[in-house]
Design a protein around this ligand. Structure first.
Ligand code: NAI
Length: 330
């Protein structure tokens, strides 16, 4: 039996985690979950939101499934997500975005993979207060991190039969930092003549995504633009409730939905577990449980096709009803 770290998080985290664990068990996959808590509630008991035991658990098990964790704005501890990605060197954030059955969206046939650099850029949180009225954040980009994420994006494209990679920057303004990211992408792209390579500025990219998303295939972005653009892409396919994600490094992988802890609907049995489930499906594929992954995906699609949906997708099912319906198709 495979042992996998399960990080429960807070807000809607526990609800969607329970739903997904139930579905995976119903699919007959035996997983020994090494349950780890993190986030706001843990601070009270252990003094920090991400205790070392969580990191040690992922290091031991190599793979984790994680639900969202609240990051208070403006003060307090560093984000659990940022710290986890940094401590485990989960340098690539992979966010595939494609239409799901019976989820009404503005465009059909959206099929975009966002590859986001996950360890540096403005996200590194290197900030200082210069004086009472001035603060600054450092946008740090390195050649090594930029080249390895570009390498990841092109390798992903080849393995997954993708044809086109867009590198997305603001290199016209951030000439040095984004310039370095762009230069690194160009260097790696030259090794993959079979993959078409295009360059686009992030503002134009957002406009083009909203007007004609079908022109895009793989997007390669530095950390902050990747964060923003992946939420935009989630919006194209029906919202955050269905957008999956994975953080992958050389040694470890942490699978988690794109969305946050949704405090506005926490504890109300309203959360859509699909994003967490889609992330778990990718995790199952990653550990070699390909057949179970396919079965769960088919069951999810049958539930959506039958019009069973949570409120975020215009339906009236609770998280529990939605989950039980998926299980009934397994
Ligand atoms: P959010 O993603 O939690 O919520 C944005 C909107 O989408 C809300 O209206 C929410 O109800 C809805 N939503 C999100 N997931 C949903 C789901 N599964 N089903 C139905 N509706 C869903 O973003 P927000 O409000 O900006 O952030 C809340 C907290 O989450 C913050 O503390 C933030 O730092 C944290 N966060 C954590 C992440 C992580 O742990 N990976 C990622 C993003 C945010």
């Amino acid at each position: 039996m495979k042992t996998i770290t399960l990080i429960k998080g807070d807000g809607i985290g526990p609800e969607i985690t329970d739903a997904v664990v139930k579905i995976i068990a119903a699919a007959g996959v035996q997983i020994d979950w090494d349950v780890q808590t993190a986030g706001a509630d843990v601070i009270e008991k252990e003094g920090v939101p991400l205790p070392q035991r969580v990191i040690d658990s992922v290091k031991r098990n190599k793979v984790a499934l994680k639900s969202p964790v609240t990051t208070p704005i403006g003060k307090g501890f560093r984000s659990v997500n940022v710290q986890l990605r940094k401590d485990l060197d989960l340098y690539s954030n992979l966010r595939p975005c494609y239409n799901l059955p019976n989820v009404k969206t503005r465009y059909d046939n959206v099929d975009i993979v966002v590859v986001r650099e996950n360890t540096e850029d403005l996200y590194a949180g290197i900030e200082r207060q210069i004086d009472e009225d001035t603060a600054e954040s450092i946008k740090r980009i390195t050649r090594s991190a930029s080249e390895r994420i570009a390498q990841f994006a092109f390798d992903y494209a080849v393995k997954n039969n993708r044809k086109l990679v867009h590198v997305v920057t603001k290199a016209n303004i951030c000439k040095l930092s984004d310039g370095l990211f762009l230069e690194s992408a160009r260097k790696i792209a030259a090794k993959y003549p079979q993959i078409q390579f295009k360059e686009i500025l992030v503002d134009n990219c957002c406009m083009q995504l909203v007007q004609n998303p079908n022109q895009f295939d793989v997007l390669l972005l530095p950390n902050l633009y990747g964060d923003i653009v992946s939420d935009l892409c989630a919006g194209l396919i029906g919202g955050l409730g269905i957008a999956q994600g994975a953080n992958i490094g050389t040694d470890y992988a942490v699978f988690e939905p794109v969305h946050g802890s949704a405090p506005d609907i926490a504890g109300q049995n309203k959360a859509n577990p699909t994003a967490m489930l889609m992330s778990a499906i990718e995790m199952l594929k990653y550990i070699g449980e390909t057949e179970a992954a396919e079965n769960i995906k088919n069951a999810l699609f049958k539930t959506l096709e039958a019009g069973i949906k949570t409120a975020d997708l215009g339906g009236n099912s609770t998280c529990t009803e939605f989950t039980d319906n998926i299980i009934s198709h397994l």
